[in-house]
Design a protein around this ligand. Structure first.
Ligand SMILES: Nc1ncnc2c1ncn2[C@@H]1O[C@H](COP(=O)(O)OP(=O)(O)OP(=O)(O)O)[C@@H](O)[C@H]1O
Length: 732
């Protein structure tokens, strides 16, 4: 019996005993969800397509999913990885007693009072399986460690607000903590790691934001059958990945071939070959050829969709696979775990062949050889090994000496392995043909009702643009828009009948929408292309948020009627013809005062006296136009590069406020300028859209309240407001 040194929390035991205990722990499975969650919460709603699925259609062609294949050996391979790692670790570890009780308690039944939603199942995984994995994987990586402590962490990133509850939770992954550009290790751990592993961990901690994609679904019969159904795609030559339906303006891929680790702990079938050639591409081409030579495009639909929001669409098996794959592309993950409570599948994303290899569906409560804990320890370990391998600079290809150049023309750089391993985040910058930038771009666009929207940053490079139809006129330039007349959708649009918007990186995710930088590209009648690159686009997906954005547009209409300056120039409101989004196009006013704060922990804003006066002037003219902003804070006060002031974000705006409320709002602005932020920790004030009605369409002027004489403020219970002391403080 080999003798071992004493370890943490327990007495010294033999190596054999430790191996036996570990084996027993790793063979464990969690109890069924019915045993863990209270029965009164069952059944639960079926998963819906989450709103961010809108972005999945815009992933670069070279990164999308092309086929699904079975990989029955995956669990065995992962189990072998753990067995091998254990054998090595046991040779080097101190044999202290295993905290068996703690590990078992992580897996044991707890009476969970919450319903088994996707979020709660993710939380359960985080509190149980993931904690046990963190400890065991850390020990397998650093056998000399004398404690069962986690250096590896599995965490949920962001808990979505309840209204975004789609029955899907996909915002969790594994990561190594970093602090000030260094891998964060507890005291004393650095010395236990040899220098090459330390370098590897250092690279992963600082350059890999997350490893693996976990997709949790609400626990329901529908989720179980969705997971079971995924098999049916094995028979397809090509997976039906859904792209935008617009034809005539397809984009070639701009992504270099993504990089798979050369050595993986699983064996994939050999002779896979190149990904299948997209038949949909062929279809698109043949359809394009029928279109007259003037580069017309066919919009994605001839009719407006019933609803512009996405929440109500039930999840299908194809949508679940597309969503899971897209999430793995966005996070550059190799393994995808799809879990619906008691059942699960584990999948490998093979980048080069754009193939998803999928394990059979298994019941997590009855796993055997390997047990569920061993499988997940293996998944965590495999992800770290994969991240280490892929974050290493690939071996240099030694090429023969270059032949003398014959042509003076510049040659494009060959796609060497070196280029393929560049981090995804750095791959895409909006690349556009050399064209003029012209301030009349948006004036030309104001006469066009069809907007083609591309997304081009990180992994996004829309294979085809989304078609958006105008739902509200340009408020900055004259247009032929007739009040209340929503334009008909044409069968095809010539190049001088549509304009394009190319969305860049996200500027912010607000309570209402997602704001992106954007460039407009407009083709004139004679074919000249002009650009305007100082735009932003606010996209909204959920019903309530779309109601707020339509209301915001109505507020901007009122401000434009009164010629208010110092607010964004609005170039129109647009609806996605395939449903899912509405977009407000405006100019980029600069950076908000929060972003400009030198020290974010201190409320100190640097605004010159002239800029302070200008903010007050703008607010006065907003008030004169009969609008109260209702959300005056540093995030909504903006300065451009020339130091010019703007007030943005009118989704909470109110029409026809009382004089007292306007004065109070001016006081808040003054206080803000004096360095006293207003307390907005109160719940957001309701907007007319959220309380009284949901506008599924942009209201015509007669419908929306900009012409009404009654004040929106009157909708608030004035009786209550009189009774409240400091009522304005509560509302503002
Ligand atoms: N026209 C614009 N110019 C420059 N930046 C903008 C513009 N519009 C929005 N932004 C940026 O995007 C962020 C979010 O925008 P906005 O406040 O309009 O969204 P929201 O969803 O209504 O957010 P919230 O109501 O939570 O503040 C802003 O803080 C600002 O930094």
């Amino acid at each position: 019996m080999a003798e071992c040194s004493t370890g943490w929390g327990g007495s010294e035991i033999s190596r054999e005993e430790l191996a036996k205990d570990l084996d027993a722990i790793l063979g464990q499975n969690p109890p069924t969800l019915r045993e863990r969650f209270s029965r009164r919460h069952l059944p639960i709603s079926t998963p819906k397509l989450p709103t961010h699925a809108f972005y999945n259609k815009h992933i670069d062609k070279q990164l999308i999913l092309k086929r699904i294949l079975p990989l029955d050996s995956l669990a065995d391979d992962i189990s072998q990885l753990v067995s091998n790692a254990l054998a090595v670790a046991l040779e080097n570890t101190s044999c202290d007693q295993l905290p068996t009780e703690a590990f078992t308690s992580y897996l044991e039944a707890t009476s969970y009072v919450k319903p088994p939603t996707a979020e709660n199942i993710a939380e359960l995984y985080e509190d149980g399986i993931a904690r046990a994995c963190d400890n065991i994987v850390t020990r397998l990586l650093i056998p000399k460690l004398r404690q069962w402590l986690p250096n590896v962490h599995w965490r949920r990133r962001l808990i979505p607000p309840p209204e975004s509850n789609s029955g899907i939770y996909d915002n969790a992954n594994l990561f190594l903590l970093s602090r000030e550009g260094m891998v964060a290790l507890p005291d004393g751990h650095r010395e236990l790691i040899d220098s090459s592993l330390y370098e590897d961990l250092q690279r992963v901690a600082t350059s890999v934001p997350g490893m693996g994609s976990w997709i949790f679904m609400n626990h329901s019969e529908h989720s179980d059958s969705l997971l079971a159904e995924l098999d049916k795609f094995y028979l397809d030559d090509e997976f039906p990945y859904e792209l935008c339906g617009t034809t005539g303006l397809e984009n070639a891929s701009s992504s270099p071939q993504p990089y798979d680790a050369l050595l993986a702990p699983w064996t994939l079938p050999s002779g896979l070959g190149a990904p299948p050639v997209s038949s949909s591409k062929r279809k698109l081409r043949s359809r394009v050829q029928k279109i007259p030579p003037s580069r017309s495009i066919t919009p994605s639909a001839r009719r407006r969709s019933e609803t512009t929001s996405r929440e109500e669409v039930p999840l299908t098996a194809a949508a679940l696979l597309q969503l899971s794959w897209a999430r793995a592309v966005e996070t550059d993950s190799t393994l995808i775990i799809i879990n619906c409570g008691d059942h699960e599948r584990v999948c490998v994303r093979h980048r080069a062949t754009q193939t998803l290899f999928m394990s059979p569906m298994f019941n997590i409560t009855t796993c055997k050889d390997p047990g569920y804990l061993k499988l997940h320890v293996g998944i965590h370990l495999a992800l770290i090994k994969d991240a280490i391998a892929r974050s290493k600079p690939p071996p240099k290809i030694i090429s023969p000496p270059a032949e003398p150049r014959r042509s003076p023309r510049k040659r494009s750089r060959p796609d060497t392995e070196e280029t393929t391993s560049r981090p995804l985040a750095k791959r895409h910058k909006a690349t556009l043909d050399p064209v003029k930038t012209n301030m009349s771009t948006m004036s030309l666009a104001s006469g066009r009702n069809m907007l083609l929207l591309h997304i081009r940053y990180d992994v996004y490079h829309s294979p085809a643009p989304a078609s958006f139809i105008r739902a509200g006129p340009c408020l900055t330039h004259k247009s032929k828009w007739k009040d209340g007349r929503i334009p008909a959708i044409k069968r095809a649009y010539r190049h001088d009948e549509y304009f394009e918007i190319i969305l860049g990186r996200k500027l912010g995710d607000g309570a209402t929408g997602t704001v992106h930088t954007a460039i407009a590209r407009v083709s004139s009648k004679n074919g000249e292309i002009i650009l305007q690159d100082d735009l932003v686009v606010k996209l909204t997906f959920k019903r309530q948020d779309q109601a707020r954005l339509r209301h915001e547009y109505a507020v901007y209409s009122r401000l434009a009627e009164h010629g208010v300056m110092g607010v964004p120039q609005i170039y129109g409101l647009f609806e996605d013809l395939e449903g899912g989004a509405i977009a407000l196009v405006m100019n980029n006013c600069g950076q908000n005062l929060y972003a400009l704060r030198p020290d974010k922990t201190k409320f100190r804003i640097s605004v010159t006296p002239a800029q302070q006066d200008r903010f007050k002037e703008i607010l006065s003219s907003i008030h004169r136009a009969g609008v109260r902003h209702y959300d005056i804070r540093d995030a909504n006060l903006v300065l451009n590069g020339k130091g010019e002031a703007f007030i943005i974000d009118f989704d909470r705006g109110r029409f026809n406020p009382s004089e007292g409320k306007k004065e109070r709002e001016m006081d808040i602005l003054q206080e803000l300028m004096n360095g006293i932020p207003h307390d907005f920790s109160m719940p957001s004030p309701e907007t007319p859209g959220t309380r009284n009605e949901i506008w599924l369409r942009t209201p015509t002027p007669s419908e929306h309240s900009s012409d009404q004489e009654d004040s929106d403020e009157d909708c608030e219970s004035d009786a209550n407001s009189d009774a409240r002391s400091g009522s304005d403080d509560l509302l503002l």
